[in-house]
Design a protein around this ligand. Structure first.
Ligand SMILES: Cc1cc2nc3c(=O)[nH]c(=O)nc-3n(C[C@H](O)[C@H](O)[C@H](O)COP(=O)(O)O)c2cc1C
Length: 311
């Protein structure tokens, strides 16, 4: 796909927590690495931005295989935050990802508060545009989603990271809770500039021949088209409960999905699992959004944000 084919005639830009994205389509953390595998396909600055693979203070090998299982309309993963650690992210991956002026979001994770703080401190003097605080990873034994399932946990880790960073702070919420709006409000109260949701839903598959779980970790995070209605519902609930911007993700596969998510209240969207079936998915969604703007005479995509009409 050449650059001229994907160049947009319309202004698709959106502003999230003060950061201007050239369009609202961001590659979701953990599904796009640091962008390096896609540079031969299209220039990365076509995207709205890239949320990089979850980064921890020390390198992590992740969980043992098998750690991927397919489902009829999605997948389960238990990758377990495999990453090279924040120092390698800063020295090797960030300069390449940032080339061509791409908007780069660093997705950070940790087992302890000190871990989260240390990663955020190291990123402070880099050209990362935004920090995405992952308090929602279901695939690690310590930390991860345990921060994101209570209001206290979400508040504590948001406050700790807020204290050490001036960068725009996006807190990523887990859907594995009963009342996501209370968690969202707790993060907002402690200084989150915006929220992203949803991370994966906790799931499990069993191989009926061996009677073993398919994943070595037994359980894993469920993502892909099947989770889309859950994500739309949660984004709609959260967007109506907080005063900060919301970024919606979970199962987005087409431009129509992105429009629906924005109507639910998302200022921007992230695309994850869809990239595994079609690496051009984010680019096709951007083109589809441009068509949607033309067909509906829109000057800005922000005109549709939160416009779902009550019955
Ligand atoms: C293989 C895989 C790895 C992921 N790794 C991360 C991660 O490191 N940090 C994070 O915040 N989310 C991670 N996620 C969650 C996605 O960013 C996203 O929230 C979720 O998959 C729902 O969106 P989707 O249905 O479009 O994939 C991962 C998802 C998958 C499938």
């Amino acid at each position: 796909m050449s650059e001229s084919v994907i160049k947009c005639k319309k202004d698709l830009s959106v502003t999230v927590a003060g950061v201007k994205f050239p369009n609202p389509v961001i590659a979701a953390s953990g599904t796009y690495g640091f962008g390096q595998d896609y540079t031969d396909l299209y220039p990365l600055n076509i995207l709205g931005g890239i949320s990089c693979k979850g980064t921890t203070i020390n390198p992590k090998d992740g969980n043992p295989a098998p750690r991927i299982a397919e489902t009829p309309a999605g997948m389960l993963n238990s990758v377990g935050l495999q990453n090279p650690g924040v120092d390698v992210f800063i020295s090797e991956h960030l300069p390449k990802a940032k080339r061509d002026g791409n908007i780069i979001i660093a997705n950070i994770a940790g087992a302890t508060l000190d871990d989260y703080r240390a990663v955020a401190e190291k990123l402070e003097d880099t050209d990362v545009d935004m920090i995405e605080l992952n308090i929602s990873c279901p695939n690690v034994k310590q930390g991860g989603a345990s921060w994101g399932i209570t209001c206290d946990g979400a508040a504590t880790v948001t406050k700790a990271v807020r204290a050490v960073t001036k960068k725009p702070l996006m807190v990523k919420l887990t859907p594995n809770v009963t009342n996501i709006t209370e968690i969202a409000k707790a993060a907002e109260a402690e200084g989150a500039d915006c929220l992203s949701l949803i991370n994966t839903l906790l799931g499990m598959r069993i191989d009926i021949k061996t009677r073993r779980p398919i994943l070595k970790n037994n359980v894993g995070g469920f993502s892909g088209p099947a989770v889309f209605p859950v994500a739309v519902r949660m984004v709609w609930q959260v967007a109506n409960a907080v005063g900060i911007d919301v970024v919606g993700l979970g199962g987005i596969t087409t431009a129509e999905d992105a429009v629906e998510m924005m109507m639910a209240g998302a200022k921007a969207v992230q695309v994850g699992t869809a990239i595994f079936t079609d690496p051009y998915a984010p680019v096709k969604i951007i083109k589809g959004l441009e068509r949607y703007m033309e067909e509906n005479n829109l000057n800005s995509l922000e005109e549709i944000v939160g416009t779902v009409r009550p019955w």
